[in-house]
Ligand binder design. Structure first.
Ligand code: GRF
Length: 223
């Protein structure tokens, strides 16, 4: 049976687009995106889902007086997709520990930095302010600590001398579009054992920072 993935997003959905192309519509990957859920009704990602013929729904956080009521409906909407794995792709709400525990470790996120460095927002601007020679993105298991769960894999991206946060973000995003499908292909092939403390790939315990890649000619290669 193909792995059933549910994607959560809030905005643009370029990672969803990459996952549609390289996971959902890729015959070599035994996984299907069974549903997409946004907390914003106008998220362009919802349109990407519709265009791909994927079920989509919105649970608008602004309609709820408190976080637990929002999360109760969010959980109900997600459970209707009967997912094996939740895939956060630009979902911009912090989830409560209670919600996270309900799904963890069956929940992955992609974050635009080389975790554990630079958790939180504005990672590209912060990397540039510090004068970092490289930036990147990480796919990690979601745990109650924001951006703190075990890392499955990272992709390293060089910083250019004339980078702006926007230019760096675009370069990192292009790398994200390779990294997330690669990790989900491992998952679909049954090669990953996700845990809240650690992750195994092909039975081998991964280091806390996961497996490092870089892009060469738009293809991931291990560092
Ligand atoms: C990405 O940069 C991802 O790392 C972060 O949110 C952004 C989502 O972009 N979690 P998109 O909506 O997939 O284009």
């Amino acid at each position: 049976m193909p792995r059933r993935l549910a994607v959560l997003l809030s905005g643009r959905g370029s990672n969803l687009e990459a996952l549609v192309e390289s996971v959902h519509e890729c015959p070599a990957v035994d996984a299907r995106i069974v549903g997409v859920c946004s907390n914003r009704p106008r998220a362009p990602g919802l349109e990407i889902a519709r265009a791909a013929g994927i079920a989509s729904t919105c649970v608008d956080h602004r309609a709820y007086a408190d976080r637990s009521a929002f999360e109760a409906d969010l959980g109900a909407a997600l459970d209707r997709f009967e997912p094996d794995l939740l895939v956060l792709a630009g979902f911009m709400r912090v989830l409560t520990p209670a919600f996270v525990r309900r799904y963890s470790p069956r929940m992955l996120n992609i974050h635009p930095s080389l975790l554990p460095d630079l958790p939180g927002l504005h990672t590209h601007a912060r990397a540039l302010e510090r004068g970092d020679p490289e930036a990147g993105a990480s796919v990690h298991v979601v745990t109650p600590e924001v951006d703190g769960g075990p890392v499955v894999a990272r992709v390293r991206v060089p910083v250019a001398a004339d980078d702006t946060p926007e230019r760096l973000e675009a370069r990192v995003r292009a790398a994200e579009h390779r990294l997330y499908p690669a990790v989900l292909a491992w998952e679909a092939a049954g090669r990953l054992q996700l845990g809240t403390e650690a992750v195994r790939l092909d039975e081998a315990l991964l280091p806390a920072t996961g497996i490092d890649f870089r892009l060469r000619d738009e293809v991931l290669e291990p560092c």
